[in-house]
Structures are given as C-alpha cells and as structure tokens.
Design a protein around this ligand. Structure first.
Ligand SMILES: Nc1ncnc2c1ncn2[C@@H]1O[C@H](COP(=O)(O)OP(=O)(O)OP(=O)(O)O)[C@@H](O)[C@H]1O
Ligand SMILES: [Mg+2]
Length: 430
C-alpha cells in the first residue's frame, strides 16, 4: 500500500487540448479518493496517468515516495478495475483470480492460499469453479476485485466500475466496495460521474471540470461549502436552485423574498448589484409543518406552486419565476456544462411528505436565510463561503494545489435540469 502524490499533473493530447490541467492531489496511504465530474472532464485520463497507461505531459506522479512518470504500468504495482471487469470468459473464477499470480510465476500452494483468502473476503467461495458467464454482474465485479486483492497492489484504481449495473445492484456493490476498502485499508482512487457514489464512498472528492480541479474536499464540505457555481450545481440531487438576487443596500431581493445581506458578503462585493443565489431544495419547507420555534429563525413567503410530485417519502414542488437575461445567460452556460437538458426558470423545493400543498395552490413556504449561498455571476465564486471554515483545511494534505478556484469564466447554472444520480431521476424536466 502506498500514498499517491499527483503534483501539477497535466496531459495535453496531440491536438493541444489539455485534458488534465495542472491537477495536484495528495492521496494519503489508505485513503479513498473520488474523481467526479461531467463527461469529458478528464477523470479517466487522470486515472490512466496514475496507472501508467497514459504518458504524463508535465508534473510529477509519485507513488510510495517514488517518482513513477517513466515507469511501465507493471512496475507500479497498481490494480485497476475496469467497467467491463476484463475477466477471461474461458477461465474459472479461481483461475481468473489466480491470473496475475500465475503471470508472476507464483507457486501452486501460494496461489491456492491467496485465491482462497480473497474468495473468503469477497464471499465467492461457492463460485470458484464457475465461469464468468455463469455469474451475476455483482459477482463478476467481485471476481475482478479478487484479482486486485491477490496481487497485493499498492493501490486500487476504479474507472466507473458500477456503471453497467442496474440501480439496485449498484447500491449493493457500492456498499460492498466501501466495506472492502475499509477492511483492506488500500489506497483507492475511484472515478465516477454518479454523485451518490461520490458522496458516499470517498474520504475526499475531487470535482473536475474541463481538466481543471474545481474543488477537493470531504463530501460534506462540497455540499455545504462549494467553492463556486459549478461545484454547487454539480453536487446535490435534485440540484441546488439558482435564482437572481438583486442587492439593494443591505438587503437582497430574490424572486419570492427579501432578506438582509450577510455582512461578510457585503464586504466582499465590488459594485455588483446582481448576484446569483443558490438554495438547495431541501432547505425549503412548507411553513405549516415547521415547528414554531424553528419558524422564527427563518423567513416565510408566498409562492404559487406549478406542479407537485409526491414520492411517498419525499415531495417536490415546482415554482416558476422570472429572471433577468444577464442571469439567464450565465445559467444557460453552466447548464450546458453540467449536461443539463434545457433552461428553465423554475425552482424546486422539497417538502415534508405530510405537506398538503397541491398543484396550482398558493403556498406559504419557509426558509432559513442562513442557508442561502450567494455567487458572483462573473467569476462564479461563492461569496458566502467563509474562509477557514472548511474541515478540509486542517488535514495537512495541501491537496488543492493551484486549481481550487476556477479561471473565472463566469458560468452560471440553472436550477439544474439534470439528475446526476441513479436515484435522482425524480424530477420533472419541464
Ligand atoms: N487519445 C485521445 N486523444 C485526444 N483526446 C483525447 C484522447 N482521450 C481522451 N481525450 C479527450 O480528453 C478529454 C478527457 O477525456 P476522459 O476520457 O479523461 O474524460 P472522462 O472524464 O473520463 O469522461 P467520461 O465520463 O465520459 O468517461 C476529453 O475531451 C476527450 O475527448
Ligand atoms: Mg471516463
């Protein structure tokens, strides 16, 4: 097992496009790191540079204290689990797991004890004499992991290992991978575009966008303290609502409510009078189900509900609003990057399933204004984020390198017409 240290890693392909751009991540020994981001953001390229399947254009890749840029994949002793598992169909499960050991010329008795040990860990003992074709997707996944385990690799690398599985099995395998990683304590880098996996598996999550790392933080920090509009819009399902917010003196005016502008935000403003407010759907509530003491801490406001969706354990209400064109422009740009489907000016709020709010009704909603994030529409930066509040700053990993903050391309996001998780597909898209 080993720490992996990526220092200013850049990959430029033949056409001059930097698929990975100056990314620095320090993966501690035994840590579980997730690489997440929209399609084409450079996740697989970065993973392939760790393994050695892709040349590194510049930067240093250090594994277990040793610079490996020039080392062949086999010399790095890493274990990669691919989406299709890459099992040999004509070999039994036993032989599939034994394969890397046979290549290495291990003795039969060594092979036997290691394969049986791995099979025990993975609960595959009953299937050792079967062929991959006779296994379920989840069992095949475990065989692929068994092969990684017997090699006693320095680290596990996964590239979307669960994306071929149905939602239920994906959930099971996710828990299984987490349990295994914890038991084995193997350094792991895991690529996914499924944010449920990103949020549940990783000790820390690196969010990539167009080759640049936008934020590296614990799942909780990403959710509560996103650096910018991109991360805010990417993490969370249904996604964060983005609304126009006019600054009038020391108040902020949103489509449905007016609230005092927090002092630390006011001090950061440099003349902007229009910001983008970000509010997560789950931070709203039907005012009638909020208990009194709590209600006083927040604001209530009226809005007309266009459509509601009742899901048993959850209820969503959709509310239409108007936004000025300059906000819409930013929102449209980010929506495209987030693989959003269309631009809509509707807000989604998550309500208690007991709520009696129904389609077409005027509803009284509640919100704690402390939950409102404010973003600069030009730079995308989160103006509400308090410096030094993040729990990631204390771990000494200095992992963010040069790319915490975006280049200020000024993209915005819509309330997100996309669902990024398997189980997030509950929203109306129009
Ligand atoms: N061999 C190549 N030559 C040129 N460009 C490439 C090559 N491989 C990948 N790219 C480009 O590099 C960028 C990053 O690709 P990569 O495969 O790392 O994305 P990804 O984040 O893994 O996406 P996905 O989620 O779709 O798998 C993309 O724009 C892609 O088109
Ligand atoms: Mg990929």
């Amino acid at each position: 097992m080993a720490a992996i240290s990526m220092r200013n890693i850049t990959k430029v392909y033949g056409d001059g496009f930097p698929a990975v751009n100056d990314v620095s991540i320090e993966v501690a020994d035994g840590e579980f790191i997730i690489l997440v981001g929209p399609s084409g953001c450079g996740k697989s390229t970065l993973l392939r540079m760790i393994v050695g399947l892709e040349d590194i254009t510049s930067g240093d890749m250090i594994i277990g204290g040793e610079r490996v840029n020039q080392k062949a994949p086999r010399e790095r002793n890493l274990s990669m689990v691919f989406q299709n598992y890459a099992l040999y169909p004509h070999l039994t499960v036993y032989e599939n797991i034994a394969f890397p050991l046979r290549l290495r010329g291990a003795t039969d008795s060594d092979i036997k004890s290691r394969v049986e040990g791995a099979a025990k860990t993975l609960d595959l003992e009953e299937h050792l004499q079967r062929k991959p074709g006779q296994l379920s997707g989840g069992q095949r996944q475990r065989v692929a992991m068994g092969r990684a385990i017997v090699r006693e690799a320095n680290a596990f690398l996964f590239d979307e290992p669960l994306s071929n599985l149905d939602a239920k099995l994906r959930g099971q395998m996710r828990t299984e991978i987490l349990r295994l990683q914890r038991n084995l304590g193997v350094t792991t880098v895991y690529v996914t575009h499924d944010q449920t996996e990103a949020m549940t598996l990783g000790d820390r999550v690196a969010v990539l966008r167009k080759g640049v790392m936008e934020q590296l933080a614990s799942p909780r920090d990403l959710y509560e303290q996103p650096n910018n509009l991109f991360v805010a819009g990417f993490i969370g399902s249904p996604p964060m609502n983005f609304l126009p917010c006019s600054i009038k003196g020391d108040t902020m005016e949103l489509p449905f409510l007016t609230a005092p502008l927090p002092a630390h935000v006011a001090s950061r403003l440099t003349g902007q009078d229009l910001l983008i407010a970000g509010i997560r759907p789950e931070h709203f509530e039907d005012a009638s189900v909020v208990d009194e003491r709590k209600r006083d801490r927040g604001l209530t406001f009226e809005a007309t509900v266009d459509v509601t969706e009742w899901l048993g354990n959850q209820q969503y209400a959709y509310i239409l609003y108007d936004a000025p064109p300059e906000v819409l422009e930013h929102l449209a740009e980010l929506d495209k990057e987030l693989d959003g489907e269309s631009l809509r000016t509707q807000m989604v709020v998550s309500l208690d399933p007991m709520s009696r709010i129904r389609d077409g009704q005027k509803a009284t909603l509640w919100l704690d204004p402390a939950r409102i994030h404010l973003f600069d529409p030009k730079t995308g930066l989160n103006l509400t984020k308090r410096d030094g509040e993040s729990s990631e700053s204390g771990d000494g990993s200095d992992a963010i390198g040069s790319s915490v903050i975006t280049d200020g391309t000024g993209s915005g996001s819509t309330g997100g017409a996309h669902s990024l998780t398997a189980d997030g597909g509950t929203r109306r898209t129009n």
